[in-house]
Design a protein around this ligand. Structure first.
Ligand code: PEP
Length: 248
């Protein structure tokens, strides 16, 4: 099965208007790419990013969205607001938010549901900590995290993008070996197949965790790895472009 791959930059809380202009210009100059490419930027930069990318095929998204429709939720941003000006993706359940903002599996699932309801594709992150891997709990943890989303989305579960991001590999320079990543991706795909049938073969499962220009091609060559969610290396145009060029 050949799926068109997707490479997504997660800028996290980085950037400034001049730095963003340089970075986006570097990506635009290097395109078009053989895979789909997107950048997920901090909320204040979404509108300007949308304008900069308007006449290109580079997509853009947010790094979170509220599970709520609207109301007294100070500091939250709803999927409807994101959709109103063309947001394509929302990362939900990034391990930094699960850890620092105590986001539960159910809250992540509710965010994914809110995003989908407004036509924004959630990129749902799952992944085990180092302690969980060492305790042999990787499979149980990622399946539990994905199960909450599948259960909550029911027949819409096939509309999400999944990102497997082992927590121990994020920002550490440690990367899951292509075999380690592939084996988790294969079990996630099997879980999606059980929920969404053959459509699971068309769904994208991204790998994230210290993807760099020198390891991207080997990771992306694995049969169930459909691209990457890129943190640190998405902040430098040359590195991000090299990773995008490894996609197909
Ligand atoms: C991430 O934050 O989603 C990520 C994968 O970060 P890094 O590439 O820096 O490990």
């Amino acid at each position: 099965m050949s799926r068109r791959q997707l490479v997504v930059g997660n800028w996290k809380m980085h950037g400034s208007r001049p730095a963003n202009a340089t970075l986006l210009d570097g990506i635009l100059q290097a395109g078009p790419f053989a895979c789909d490419v997107a950048v997920c930027v901090p909320f204040p930069f979404l509108s300007e990013t949308a304008a900069t990318l308007a006449s290109s095929d580079i997509r853009w998204g947010s790094q979170d969205c509220s599970a709520q429709e609207q109301g007294a939720y100070t500091g939250e941003v709803s999927a409807a607001m994101l959709h109103e000006f063309g947001c394509r993706y929302a990362i939900v359940g990034h391990s930094e938010r699960r850890a620092m903002h105590a986001e539960s599996d159910q809250l992540v699932a509710d965010k994914a549901k809110a995003a989908l309801a407004r036509g924004v594709t959630p990129i749902v992150c799952v992944g085990e900590t180092r302690a969980q891997r060492e305790a042999g709990e990787t499979e149980a943890v990622v399946k539990r995290q994905l199960a909450a989303v599948i259960h909550t989305l029911a027949h819409c579960a096939g509309e999400i993008v999944v990102a497997y991001e082992p927590v121990w590999a994020i920002g550490t320079g440690l990367t899951a070996s292509p075999e380690q990543a592939q084996s988790v991706h294969a079990l996630l795909r099997a879980q999606l197949r059980a929920a969404s049938g053959a459509h699971a073969d068309e769904m994208k499962i991204l790998y994230g965790g210290s993807v760099k220009p020198d390891n991207a091609a080997t990771l992306f060559a694995q049969p169930d790895i459909d691209g990457g969610l890129i943190g640190g290396a998405s902040l430098k145009a040359a590195d991000f472009v090299a990773i995008c060029r490894a996609g197909h």
